[in-house]
Design a protein around this ligand. Structure first.
Ligand SMILES: [Zn+2]
Length: 651
């Protein structure tokens, strides 16, 4: 049997019930995992679903199942008299059920001379392996890996019920999800790809590629997309098999204990660049023209085309690196690569490409400052950020400083009673009078402080105040190499008369002078400099030369000019406020002072924050209909934080 019935979605269990009613089994052999089985809600749901059937449960297997365990399972199945096998679990629960059915079918055939039909149902509880859709099983026999592959290993029914995948922890969700994405991509470039396998793989990528980076705040809808995507990725590799990233991953799992998806992710950026750079002379398959068609479609679907972009994607997931203090025996690692799986790779590997791969893996692990905030850190980061806001609030109330939650934070307070789920920074407004007082203060709570160009003691690439947690390390933009720590941005509110064009002219000058100071503090990396030269990018070269040779020496002069302008704002008057330092156009940043006459208190992830009473008019002016959630693909932060360490100061 090469085809399979599949039921995907929140009604999948009802479909399973109907299937079982139709099969009318005399007994059911239910294979499932241990703790995960009850944690994910499957124990309860399957219990009530199977009420009335004679059920024999089997869970005597390890997380990397052994051949002996499958044989014991087969014995137990025959002894039970059951005639349907159901496997519920992540990879191993389904794998062992698949092996049991395969062994039992062979047993019947040996005894009776004819095949007996034993229906097999697979119910995944993680979104990743796609094992419910493949005809392979990996087992361990005498400590060695053995693959079992046969048509009757493929389950007859795949039942993908997304709520079962909700309980897995964030790291494992990411690992499993990336495994599924890797399987889909590998299937696209595999030399065994067919029209059918590509249609499954692209369907899978359409569901998963943009969904997985939301892992930290996935909705049930997103979970459903991941679960369905993993199923189609399984269907795709069932045809094509996996390729080099999988072949190079197994030792990371067996010897160095990385979860499978993390192990695949380690080499994935390298192979993404390597395979996409395949030429007609080194293509292992038959039809190179057809291969390039597949690859250009892949680039289109993913929206990326280089190893660096793939690395950035995996970086965000937090699974791009080897552990810091772990020595890898690279020779035996390279020796252990399975040549069979490698044969599916579109471009062969040789000693030189192996050396480049190892170089990349070591380079990734030694990067210190290029790590974009990964969603694995997101939860922890938000806790530290809210703690910083809390400290700022206390400090202000003790010192009688006025402030109001601003921008995305204000939307979050109104719409979500906390931070917008995909947001990663907090801004506040502070009237100029209070802002000037804050600038002159020295006694901050333990561990906290402020940074500002006006304080003059630090090269800072921002024109306003940052209230920072000095015990943490965070860098916003690598070009400025400034480790601010986790921060709350404090934007001054300056009085003005509401004359948009005059204010706009002043603002342009104010920001221009600041920009010239900021450029003088820019750092250049040799590699980027080299790249600009190689590409003959004259604009980039000129900018770099001006920054390094002129502005660098004039920066303090520009800073003092900026500081004078900023100080002079303390004397301004009028019925309006303007926020000069924001990225929005000036007409959106001129607020009526009426809106700030009173404040209103709102809940914000457990804190009680203040908004101007006229927040609705203010937010409408900047964002339009701010209560409307943005379209799904816009639910993303546009900041680029490099989290260095949330527990200590590195610099
Ligand atoms: Zn895999």
């Amino acid at each position: 049997m090469s085809d399979q019935y599949h039921f995907i979605g929140n009604d999948a269990l009802e479909s399973l019930k109907k299937v079982l009613d139709g099969l009318a089994p005399s007994g059911i052999f239910l294979v499932h995992g241990h703790k995960s089985y009850s944690d994910c809600g499957a124990a309860e749901a399957m219990g009530s679903l199977l009420k009335g059937y004679e059920v024999t449960e089997f869970d005597a297997f390890s997380s990397n199942p052994k051949y002996e365990e499958a044989e014991a399972g087969c014995e137990a199945f025959i002894a039970s008299g059951a005639d349907v096998v159901i496997g519920v679990g992540g990879g191993s629960g389904m794998d062992i059920a698949k092996a049991i059915r395969h062994l039992a079918a062979a047993r019947f055939e040996a005894v009776t001379g004819s095949k007996k039909m034993i229906p097999l149902v697979a119910v995944p509880t993680t979104s990743g392996t796609g094992a419910e859709a493949t005809k392979f099983v990996v087992l361990y026999k005498d400590g060695k890996k053995m693959s079992m592959e046969a048509e009757d290993v493929l389950p007859d029914y795949a039942v993908v019920y997304p709520p079962f995948t909700c309980s897995s922890n964030l790291y494992l969700t990411i690992c499993a999800g990336f495994d599924a994405i890797a399987q889909a991509i590998e299937s696209v470039w595999s030399v065994g790809a067919t029209e059918e396998s590509c249609s499954y793989a692209f369907k899978a990528l359409g569901l998963m590629w943009k969904t997985l980076p939301k892992a930290a705040y996935m909705t049930l809808e997103d979970r459903a997309k991941m679960a369905e995507g993993a199923y189609w990725a399984g269907r795709a590799i069932n045809i094509t098999r996996t390729t080099a990233p999988h072949a190079y991953s197994y030792t990371f799992t067996s010897e160095y204990l990385y979860p499978h998806g993390h192990a695949v992710a380690l080499t994935f950026p390298f192979f993404f660049g390597y395979n996409l750079g395949c030429t007609v002379s080194d293509y292992s398959g038959k039809d190179f023209g057809e291969y390039t068609d597949r690859i250009s479609r892949l680039k289109e679907v993913l929206g990326i085309s280089t190893a660096a972009e793939m690395l950035a994607y995996v970086d965000r997931l937090g699974i791009s690196e080897l552990r810091r203090n772990q020595d890898i025996d690279w020779d035996s690692y390279l020796d252990s690569v399975n040549p069979d799986r490698l044969a599916n790779n579109p471009r062969p590997m040789d000693a030189i490409s192996n050396a480049l791969l190892v170089r990349d893996l070591e380079k990734n692990r030694s990067r210190k400052t290029d790590r974009v905030i990964s969603i694995l850190f997101m939860q922890e980061f938000k806790e530290v950020l809210l703690r910083t806001l809390g400290s700022f609030m206390n400090f202000c109330s003790r010192n009688g400083l006025r402030w109001y939650l601003a921008y995305g934070g204000a939307i979050g307070a109104v719409r979500h009673k906390g931070m917008v789920p995909w947001d990663d920074d907090i801004d506040v407004y502070m009237p100029r009078e209070d802002y000037e007082k804050l600038l002159k203060m020295d006694a901050f709570p333990d561990g906290y402080g402020i940074l500002a160009a006006r304080r003059g003691d630090y090269d800072v690439p921002f024109s306003y105040i940052k209230y920072v947690d000095r015990r943490t390390s965070l860098q916003e933009m690598w070009k400025y190499r400034v480790d601010t720590g986790v921060f709350v941005d404090v934007f001054p509110l300056d009085s003005c008369d509401g004359d948009v064009s005059a204010i706009d002219a002043f603002r342009k000058k104010y920001l221009k002078i600041f920009q010239l100071y900021k450029r003088g503090t820019r750092k250049y990396r040799f590699e980027d400099w080299k790249k600009s030269c190689e590409r003959l990018d004259f604009h980039a070269i000129c900018v770099a030369v001006i920054d390094r040779c002129i502005l660098r020496y004039l920066r303090y002069w520009y800073r003092s000019r900026f500081n004078k302008m900023d100080e002079s704002l303390a004397g301004s008057e009028g019925d309006y406020y303007v926020s000069l330092g924001s990225p929005y156009p000036t007409f959106k940043e001129i607020y009526s002072k009426e809106w700030f006459k009173d404040t209103t208190t709102m809940q914000f992830d457990g804190l009680e924050v203040q908004l101007p009473a006229g927040y609705d008019s203010l937010l409408r002016q900047i964002y339009g209909d701010y209560m409307q959630m943005p379209p799904e693909d816009k639910r993303e932060s546009d900041h680029h934080h490099y989290i260095l360490d949330l527990k200590r100061k590195l610099s």
